[in-house]
Design a binder for this molecule. Structure first.
Ligand code: NDP
Length: 288
């Protein structure tokens, strides 16, 4: 877990929030408020619905001494990069900031999705590193997944996207990560799935029943022992079909919790109460 540091939070009350458009369905408040309360940190975590036109003033407002920081979600993760004072090397490489920390009026941007997926996949694979991983999708989340897999030591990361130009751009931007960009089609799946130790759905397909990034019978091509991960935080049709075939699976909830835990530690300097956050996220998901 993140290195923690001494931070004087004896003042307060403090504020934190999630910046995005929309934010009404964000699980972040449900995740962070119980964690703040458990650690005795006098802070409230709010929803800061922010239109693009108001983003600069919203980010500027984070410099106030009562603000500890913010989460950043769709569609602002790229735009905020030009509005903070310092960006971590990982966030710069990913091309996206999902966490802003107020350090005495100076704003630090980081990307904790990389860490969140890294922990999730390590747990799912029992600490093993997949030699060949297939990532479906080439958007912002896929970039975090690729950087986590690179850090874990994957030898080959095949990124397949409907728009193959976007996959090629990802490979170029994340060089020297060992990425092979592909078009997501039937021929690709027949050829590559039998080689994969890990299949990750990082497309936006899966939130609604019947939505799958690949035809489900294709899962028969995966080797026994392969793990299927989905960034969607529900039991997607893809995950259910993988489970029916005896494959190990993980949904996106642990990634959400671990990225949040890392952010919590950056904001507060306190270790995140992981079990509390996981339970709160599960309860909020049921209620959403
Ligand atoms: P983006 O909009 O940046 O990317 C969306 C991706 O999905 C693109 O690769 C896009 O392909 C693909 N896609 C969309 N529709 C289709 C389709 N009909 N057929 C094939 N491919 C399609 O989104 P993000 O990368 O930000 O997010 C992706 C998913 O990950 C979302 O569901 C999001 O909720 C989830 N997520 C989960 C997190 C967690 O903590 N669990 C963290 C971050 C994201 P194309 O380029 O061809 O359009």
């Amino acid at each position: 877990m993140t290195e923690t540091f001494a931070l004087d939070l004896s003042g307060g009350p403090y504020r934190l929030g999630v910046i995005g458009d929309p934010v009404a369905h964000s699980l972040s408040p449900a995740l962070h408020q119980p964690a703040l309360d458990q650690r005795g940190i006098p802070a409230v975590y709010e929803r800061w619905h922010t239109l693009a036109v108001d983003l600069a003033s919203r980010v500027e407002s984070l410099r106030d001494s009562e603000i500890l920081g913010a989460s950043v979600t769709v569609p602002h993760k790229i735009a905020v990069m030009g509005m903070v004072d310092e960006i971590s090397p990982a966030a710069r490489r990913a091309g996206a900031v999902n966490t802003i920390v107020n350090r005495g009026g100076a704003l630090f941007g980081d990307n904790t999705d990389i860490y969140g997926f890294g922990v999730t996949v390590s747990d799912a694979l029992g600490g093993r590193t997949p030699r060949v991983a297939i990532v479906l999708g080439a958007g912002g989340a896929a970039r975090a997944v690729v950087l986590a897999l690179e850090a874990a030591g994957a030898a080959e990361i095949v990124v397949a996207n409907r728009d193959d130009e976007r996959a090629r751009q990802l490979a170029q931007d994340l060089h020297p990560a060992p990425v092979r960009p592909m078009r997501l089609d039937g021929e690709f799946l027949s050829r590559e799935l039998p080689r994969a130790g890990l299949l990750v759905n990082a497309t936006s397909l899966g939130w609604h029943p019947g939505e799958t990034p690949i035809a489900l019978p294709r899962l028969d091509l995966l080797p026994a022992g392969a793990v299927v991960a989905d960034l969607t935080y529900r039991d997607t049709d893809l995950l259910l079909a993988a489970q029916e075939r005896g494959l190990k699976t993980t949904d996106g909830l642990p990634m959400l919790v671990h990225q949040g835990a890392r952010a919590f530690e950056l904001w507060t300097g306190s270790p995140a109460p992981l079990e509390t956050m996981l339970a709160a996220a599960r309860a909020a998901r049921l209620g959403s």
